[in-house]
Design a protein around this ligand. Structure first.
Ligand code: AMP
Ligand code: ZN
Length: 725
C-alpha cells in the first residue's frame, strides 16, 4: 500500500481511495504562455510516480492535469510589457489562443520525452468558464461570496477552516497576500473569484455579474470537480502551490459543495539552481530542450529526479546531471547486453520475490525513489542470472520510467562494423592487444561504443551525450578550474575574455587584440561561457592554431562573475586585462596599460571610469583621471593584487554593477582607479544588454545593485568625493 505525506495532516498516511480500486487524481498543470522549465517538470514527474505506484497496486487512476491558458494572461501584464514571449508572438500577429496552443504542444512534447504517462484529461481553463461560473454562483447563493465593484470575492471570514492546509493564519497570512490590499475586499484575506473586465480588455467572458474573467484558484476547483466529482483522492502541485492556490481551492470547493474536497494533498519540493528556486524571474531556468541542446538525454533528468526524495529540494547542477546521464547509460547498456545475449533462463523464485519486495517497499514508503533506485542497482550487481536481472529491471522500470525496455536496442550494426568487431576479437584472443585497441579506437571514431561482455564484444552507436563529451573537456562551475593565483607569472599580459555567443563580436574583439599586441609577451584566456552558436568551435580552432590562446569551456552559461573568475584564476600574466567582447582595439595598447599601472598606488586602469557622489547615482561618462570605479569593458590590474583583493563575488550572475563591486574591492584596500579615455579602443553595441527586454534588465540590474549596496552601501568614505587628503 502506498504511503505518502499528506500536507493537510502533516504526516505520512496510507492512501485509501474513496472508491476502492480507483484513484481520482488532479495535478495543477502548466501555464502555457511560456516553456515549462525543468523545475515545473519535476512536479509533474512526482505526480507520474505517484500514479505509477498506484497502478502497480492494481488501482485504476483517473488523472486530470489542467492547462492554464489564455484566461490568465493578464492584459495589464501585457500592457506593462510583461512577457517578452507573448509580446513577440503578438507582434508576429498571433492570437493569445495560438500562443497557448504553441506552448501546450511544447508541454506535451516535454512530458512525452520524460516518459510521463498521458493524463486522462487535459482541461483548458478557457474551455470551462461555464463550470467556473456555476461554482461561483453556488458560492454567491449560499453566502460564501460577495460582489463589489463588478468583482466577486470569496468571503474568507465565513469559512472557518481557512488556513488548514498551509497553516497560514492571521498575521503571516496577511504577509502572504502580496498584492496591495484591494479596497473593495471586506477582509484582506478574501480572494477574487471573478474579476470585472477593465476597459479595452480583449480576453473576457459574459457572466451574471457582467463581463470579466475568472480568478486563478477557481479554475482548478471547477475543472477537478467536473472530471473527478466533488470528492477527490489526490491533488498534487509544487510547494509554492500550497498557499494561496490550494488553500483557496479547498475553501471555495468545500464552501460550494459541503464535502471534503481532497483526501491527500501532495506537494513536491522545488528544483533549485545555484541555490535558489528555479524560475524565470531568477534567470536560472533551463528547459528540457536546453538540456537536449547540451547533448543530454531528456531521461537523464528523470533519472536525476529519482536520486532525491520529492520532499527534499534538489539543487540542479550539470555535474549532477552528467552523473545521472552516466548512470542511465550504464543501466541501459546492461539491459542491452542482457537482451542481445540471452543466456539461459534463471528464474530463482524466492530470491526475485525478495528483490521485488524491497523495491516496492521503498516505493510505497512515501515514494522513496532513491532507495528504490539503489535496489535496482544492487540487482544489477548481484549474482542473479542475467535473464532474471533483466526481468526484474524491466518490472522496476514500469515505475522508474527510464525506458529501459526500449533502451539502445533498436539499431543494426553495419556489416563492416561487425567485421571489424570480429577482427578485433581475434586479435584480442591472440593477445595482440595493440592491434585490438587500434581497431577499438577506429570504431570509436566512427561513432561506436564497444563493450566487452561475458558473451564477447558488443558495439552500439555512441549516445549524443557521449559524442558531445568527446569534443572537449568542459566545466560546470568555477570550482572545477585550478587556480594559478599563487603561481608565478609566465608572461607579461593575460587578456581575459568571457564569451557567451555572439561569435562576430568575439572574433572582432580577439582579432583586434592580436593585431595590436603582436610585439608583446601575452596570452589570451578565453572562457566559452556555454556558447551554442559556433563560438565554442571557433575558439577551439583559434586555440589549435595559436599557442597563446587557452580556452575553458563551460557546459552551460555560468553567472558572469563565475565565468570571469575562471578567466582570472587561469591567468598567468603579470598584468591582467579583462576585455568585453563589445570592445575593438584600434592601436597598440598593452604597453600603455603597463605604463599606467607602473605607479604602485594605482590598482585598476581602463578606458571608461565611473564617478559617484552618493553611491546612488553613477556617472558613466568617460572620465580621464581618477575614478571611483572602472567599467568592465576594459579593466586592467597587476595580477599579484588578486591575492589581496580576492576574486569577484559570484552572487553577481549578471554583469551589471559587477565592475562597481570589484572596483570597490580595490578601493577598499586604498588603491587608486585611473581611467584613460585615450586608450586606443572603441565600444560597439553591448549585446548582452540590448538582447534583454526592459523589464528583465531592470530586474537583473536591481538585483545586482542590491548585492552591491549590501556590501558597500555604508562606505561612502571610499568615494573620491569624500576623500580626506
Ligand atoms: P506554473 O506553470 O508556474 O503554474 O507551475 C507549474 C507547476 O510547477 C506548479 O505545480 C508549481 O508548483 C511547480 N513549480 C514551479 N517552480 C518550480 C520549481 N522550481 N521546482 C519544482 N516545481 C516548481
Ligand atoms: Zn491548480
Amino acid at each position: 500500500m502506498l504511503r505518502i505525506f499528506n500536507t493537510l495532516h502533516k504526516r505520512i498516511e496510507e492512501v485509501k481511495t474513496l472508491e476502492p480500486g480507483v484513484a481520482r487524481m488532479y495535478t495543477c498543470g502548466p501555464t502555457v504562455y511560456r516553456y515549462a522549465h525543468i523545475g515545473n517538470l519535476r512536479s509533474y514527474l512526482m505526480a507520474d510516480w505517484i500514479r505509477r505506484a498506484l497502478m502497480n497496486q492494481g488501482v485504476k487512476v483517473i488523472h486530470v492535469k489542467n492547462i492554464t491558458d489564455v484566461g490568465h494572461m493578464r492584459q495589464e501584464q501585457l500592457e506593462r510589457g510583461g512577457d517578452k514571449v507573448i509580446l513577440a508572438a503578438l507582434a508576429e500577429g498571433k492570437t493569445p489562443q495560438e500562443i497557448a496552443d504553441f506552448y501546450t504542444e511544447a508541454f506535451h512534447q516535454d512530458e512525452a520525452k520524460l516518459n510521463i504517462l498521458l493524463a486522462d484529461h487535459f482541461p483548458r481553463a478557457t474551455g470551462h468558464i461555464t463550470e467556473m461560473l456555476e461554482v461561483i454562483q453556488r458560492l454567491m447563493d449560499n453566502g460564501s461570496a460577495y460582489g463589489a465593484g463588478g468583482n466577486i470575492y470569496f468571503d474568507v471570514a465565513n469559512y472557518a477552516p481557512y488556513g488548514q492546509l498551509s497553516g497560514n493564519l492571521g498575521e503571516e497570512l496577511l504577509e502572504g497576500v502580496r498584492v496591495e490590499v484591494d479596497p473593495l475586499k471586506r477582509d484582506p484575506r478574501d480572494f477574487t473569484l471573478w474579476k470585472g473586465a477593465e476597459a479595452g480588455r480583449d480576453v473576457k467572458w459574459d457572466s451574471p455579474w457582467g463581463q470579466g474573467f475568472p480568478g486563478w484558484h477557481i479554475e482548478c476547483s471547477a475543472m477537478s470537480t467536473r472530471y473527478l466529482g466533488e470528492e477527490q483522492d489526490i491533488h498534487t502541485g509544487g510547494v509554492d502551490n500550497i498557499f494561496p492556490h490550494h488553500e483557496g481551492e479547498i475553501a471555495q470547493s468545500e464552501a460550494a459543495f459541503g464535502k471534503r474536497y481532497v483526501r491527500y494533498w501532495v506537494h513536491g519540493q522545488h528544483l533549485l539552481a545555484d541555490g535558489v528556486k528555479m524560475s524565470k524571474s531568477s534567470g536560472n531556468e533551463f528547459t528540457l530542450p536546453d538540456l537536449e541542446g547540451r547533448g543530454f538525454d531528456p531521461l537523464s533528468f528523470r533519472y536525476l529526479c529519482l536520486t532525491v526524495k520529492y520532499r527534499n529540494r534538489l539543487n540542479f547542477t550539470f555535474t549532477a546531471l552528467k552523473a545521472a546521464q552516466r548512470g542511465l547509460t550504464r543501466l541501459r547498456d546492461r539491459v542491452w547486453t542482457w537482451r542481445r545475449a540471452p543466456s539461459g533462463n534463471g528464474r530463482q523464485g524466492k530470491e526475485t520475490k525478495e528483490w521485488r519486495q524491497r523495491f516496492w517497499d521503498a516505493v510505497d514508503d512515501d515514494l522513496n525513489l532513491p532507495r528504490a533506485l539503489s535496489v535496482a542497482w544492487t540487482v544489477v550487481h548481484s549474482s542473479l542470472a542475467d535473464q532474471t536481472k533483466l526481468e526484474l529491471l524491466l518490472e522496476f522500470d514500469q515505475l522508474l520510467g527510464l525506458g529501459l525496455a526500449e533502451g539502445s536496442g533498436s539499431f543494426v550494426l553495419p556489416r563492416e562494423t561487425q567485421n571489424s568487431l570480429a577482427d578485433r576479437e581475434s586479435y584480442r584472443v591472440r593477445s595482440r592487444y595493440e592491434r585490438a585497441d587500434e581497431i577499438r579506437r577506429l570504431l570509436g571514431i566512427r561513432g561506436y561504443q564497444i563493450r566487452d561482455t561475458k558473451e564477447g564484444p558488443m558495439a552500439r552507436p555512441k549516445t549524443s551525450f557521449e559524442l558531445l563529451e568527446e569534443r572537449w573537456p568542459s566545466v560546470s562551475s568555477s570550482r572545477e578550474v585550478p587556480s594559478y593565483i599563487d603561481s608565478p607569472s609566465t608572461t607579461d599580459y593575460s587578456l581575459v575574455v568571457s564569451a557567451s555567443d555572439y561569435l562576430e563580436d568575439v572574433k572582432r574583439c580577439l582579432n583586434s587584440a592580436f593585431k595590436w599586441s603582436s610585439g608583446s609577451s601575452m596570452e589570451v584566456v578565453a572562457v566559452d561561457n556555454g556558447s551554442t552558436d559556433g563560438t565554442a568551435e571557433w575558439l577551439e580552432e583559434l586555440q589549435a592554431s595559436n599557442d597563446k590562446v587557452r580556452i575553458v569551456h563551460c557546459d552551460h552559461q555560468l553567472g558572469e562573475a563565475q565565468a570571469k573568475n575562471i578567466g582570472l584564476t587561469q591567468s598567468r600574466g603579470r598584468i591582467v586585462v579583462m576585455l568585453d567582447t563589445s570592445i575593438e582595439l584600434t592601436d597598440i595598447f598593452l604597453p600603455r596599460i603597463k605604463g599606467l599601472l607602473e605607479d604602485q598606488a594605482v590598482g585598476v586602469v581602463g578606458a571608461w571610469g565611473i564617478r559617484s557622489e552618493d553611491l546612488q547615482h553613477f556617472h558613466e561618462e568617460v572620465v580621464s583621471g581618477e575614478a571611483d570605479a572602472m567599467q568592465g569593458y576594459c579593466f586592467a590590474f597587476r595580477r599579484e593584487l588578486l591575492r589581496e583583493v580576492g576574486l569577484m563575488r559570484e552572487c553577481f550572475r549578471f554583469y551589471r554593477n559587477l565592475d562597481l563591486d570589484f572596483s570597490f574591492q580595490f578601493r577598499n584596500l586604498g588603491y587608486r582607479i585611473v581611467a584613460d579615455g585615450t586608450l586606443p579602443m572603441v565600444r560597439h553595441e553591448h549585446r548582452q544588454w540590448s538582447a534583454l527586454g526592459e523589464e528583465e534588465r531592470d530586474q537583473l540590474s536591481r538585483r545586482n545593485f542590491n548585492h552591491f549596496l549590501k556590501r558597500w552601501g555604508n562606505r561612502k568614505d571610499l568615494l573620491l568625493a569624500n576623500a580626506h587628503h
